[in-house]
Design a protein around this ligand. Sequence first.
Ligand SMILES: C[S@@+](CC[C@H](N)C(=O)[O-])C[C@H]1O[C@@H](n2cnc3c(N)ncnc32)[C@H](O)[C@@H]1O
Length: 304
Amino acid sequence: MIEPLAEHTPVLPEEVVRLLAPQPGEVVVDATVGAGGHACLLADAIGAGGVLYGLDVDSEALEIAAGRLAQCACRVSLHRCNFAGLGLILRESGVLGVDIILADLGVSSMQLANRQRGFSFSSEGLLDMRMDDRLETRACDLVNSLSEQQLADVIYKHSQERFSRRISKWICSARREGRITTTAQLVEVVCKALRVNPRSRRSKIHPATRTFQALRIAVNDELAALGKLLEQAPQYLNPGGRLGIISFHSLEDGMVKHDFRRRKDEELYEVLTKRPVIADQGERVANPRSRSAKLRVARRIARL
Ligand SMILES: C[S@@+](CC[C@H](N)C(=O)[O-])C[C@H]1O[C@@H](n2cnc3c(N)ncnc32)[C@H](O)[C@@H]1O
């Protein structure tokens, strides 16, 4: 049964438009088009003479984005692909340079709210976590097949969970009783490993937050994809072109910060955000997803 979709509210909308400064007639890539929220804002600014390329791995997201972007005056070209393949898509489309690239990383509210997708520890569903349902490996496949050491490494590497070894040990012992296939089963095992009651609010975050984040990043190979996007971006940005990345955890933000710093040293980028831009109090209250969002923007200043 398909559940009703949650609305996705774009984070930092004013800051994205202010810092990326889209101009009439420009060419924009929204590398994570999602529900099309940021894309619509950028599309309105580039107007009838502009072109917007929207990428997403999730076919449901692309359907929603297509519906919303149909109202926009600019030319819109949507592609079901991973932004790790940005260069290929642009070359196939005959595009040599673009003026703006935006990536708003991670999952959308629609993906989180759809319990069949298995992203959320707060609703029961199959432990899937694939943003792209063409991928072969789901979170439950990792949880049931990796060795105790591999699982501990996956959890630690993608979330810095302090108790990764203990969690992995408990998962491996639980799966000897039968496969772990649902989000609720995983939450139960993690809570037992950490000796916490999931309903007691001793810490600000749910005890399974880091384990879920780690598995999601591993299933979707998110850090490798971000690395490839950062690597390719300067090749495709026109001089003066802007690259904006919105990240939601320190691993991603660290990658973006270091990449921008390296390109600045190579005299390829001017960094427009000395510190990451974060949501103000009003947005944090209105849109809880924005609380961990960090936006960094760089401008291309030279040819490669
Ligand atoms: C936070 S949402 C983007 C929301 C969008 N900015 C909006 O305003 O509606 C992230 C989207 O990026 C997609 N995504 C995540 N990683 C991706 C990747 N490596 N390549 C392409 N799409 C990706 C997800 O499927 C999801 O739809």
